[in-house]
Design a protein around this ligand. Structure first.
Ligand code: AMP
Length: 190
């Protein structure tokens, strides 16, 4: 069992890389952003609760997010491992993930961070917004709010995982193939 947290700012390429890595290493990919968007599209109870936060570029409250993540993990009990994409994003979520995985004798094996400069990523998100249909990618103020959320609530997780010797930074600038290779090098040492 290997459980990888793919870490990085909005637009860093977590989703793109997860698409390659899940097949290569036979991992179950859970993107909390994708699960929320699915619920928004289908207008479920969870979607209704999450919509205002997502549209504004705010994080969805921990309690809702943690419950949703646990439900997703429970659906894939026979997996060889998980690739968590966009979760955890707060210290409370990281603590809840550790506690939840330990009830199954599992743990986070490594957190791999895709690193890139804010201004490059903001331009990348605005480009993506032209075709992705995501309202949170179309407005520079909302994008900047997502960065503020990241800096305040998510960035402290780097230290959380460094303290556990589980934090692996990777240069997130380059071609998709180059970055997949950089991530693969880390995964193969685990
Ligand atoms: P993403 O696709 O990962 O950029 O996520 C899109 C949006 O979904 C975020 O801006 C949040 O509103 C919400 N979201 C996704 N994952 C989380 C999380 N772990 N905690 C709180 N909100 C989240």
């Amino acid at each position: 069992m290997i459980n990888i947290v793919l870490f990085g700012k909005p637009g860093a390429g977590k989703g793109t890389q997860a698409e390659f890595l899940k097949g290569k290493y036979n991992l179950t990919h859970i993107s909390t952003g994708d699960v929320f968007r699915y619920n928004l599209k289908n207008d479920t109870e969870l979607g209704k609760l999450a919509r205002t936060y997502m549209d504004a570029g705010d994080l969805v409250p921990d309690e809702l997010t943690i419950k949703m993540l646990q439900d997703e993990v429970e659906k894939h009990h026979d997996t060889k491992g998980f690739l968590f994409d966009g979760f955890p994003r707060t210290i409370a979520q990281a603590g809840a993930l550790d506690a939840f995985l330990s009830t199954k004798n599992w743990e986070v094996t490594a957190t791999i961070a895709l690193e890139a400069d804010d201004e490059i990523l903001i331009q990348r998100l605005l480009e993506r917004g032209k075709t992705s249909g995501r309202v949170d990618d179309q407005d520079e103020d909302k994008i900047r709010n997502r960065y503020q959320e990241y800096n305040e609530k998510t960035a402290p997780l780097m230290e959380y995982y460094q303290k556990q010797n589980k934090f692996y930074p990777v240069n997130g600038i380059g071609s998709i193939v180059e970055i997949t290779e950089r991530l693969s090098k880390v995964i193969e040492t685990l």
